[in-house]
Write a protein that binds this ligand. Sequence first.
Ligand SMILES: [Fe+2]
Ligand SMILES: [Fe+2]
Length: 317
Amino acid sequence: MRIDAARVVLARHRQAGAPCLFLLRDMSSRSQMQANALGATEILSADASVAELLDKVGAMLAPSAQPAVPAELRHRFVAASAALSDLIGAAETGARLPRKTLDESIEALNRAADGGDLNAWLDMVWRHDDATYQHCLLVSGLAAAFAQRLGFREADRRLIAEAAVLHDIGKARIPLDILRKPESLSPAERQVMRRHPEIGHDMLLAQGGFAPVVLAAVLSHHEYLDGSGYPHGLGDGDIPDTVRIITICDVYAALIERRSYKPPMPPGDAYAALIAMGGKLDRDLVRVFGEVVLDSEIIRLGRYGKPVLKRSAGHAA
Ligand SMILES: [Fe+2]
Ligand SMILES: [Fe+2]
């Protein structure tokens, strides 16, 4: 495959940590996703003017205000991105989801979580333009960090990461004019969009070989403990922990993402919004999730030279 061949050729440069500007003849989301999967630092249309090209290269060569992402983490991010690109591509065409690719993404996510640098992961996620793709990488990174913080054993961490990678796989079958609509969806379009959990669940069920907790997370990640979610309005007793974990990551991710119809919410505000959801989410899990996302935010403030907040016993997470 040409993408695989390009991956091999570029791997040598990835090792050296060189930034890569991709010039695309086709600026479709699919092409941009593939460029990102190959490790593009920046993407520009091949029709861009010389001035635009020089501006972009200049910006890439300028010393970054942000600390460089460690090469090992960048490699894991590229591996997870490449795997996700292949999985979404397979789901779009109705092909079987490649198990080996899924396992590679799970391994990359969990080893990245071991590194403990959630912010560096988020920084790389924001460079991706495709909203669905960005969202999956974001939820996956958060879920892997969350499972690690919860002290889960490796087998459970693998299941959580798998559930996160696949949670929105049903969106691959939602019409693109709805999936990528820049404005808010109409009620009818929202109904179509709300079918993605069942579509994804049916897809995995038809293929076979997926763990029950993964199937449950794909089907029920929009359910709330108070019964107000969809597609089945399940209640507290019917929603397993794996699903609760993915739901918390999913809601938080949606809040901090930038969309054409809404600005991104700062991490502290997004976490406050989770708390404000009260009985919809698992309170104990939300408290631990706060340690994951707020600790990493405190580390970020420290990196940028602003005062580092001291945690004390009196501070609620
Ligand atoms: Fe979803
Ligand atoms: Fe989602």
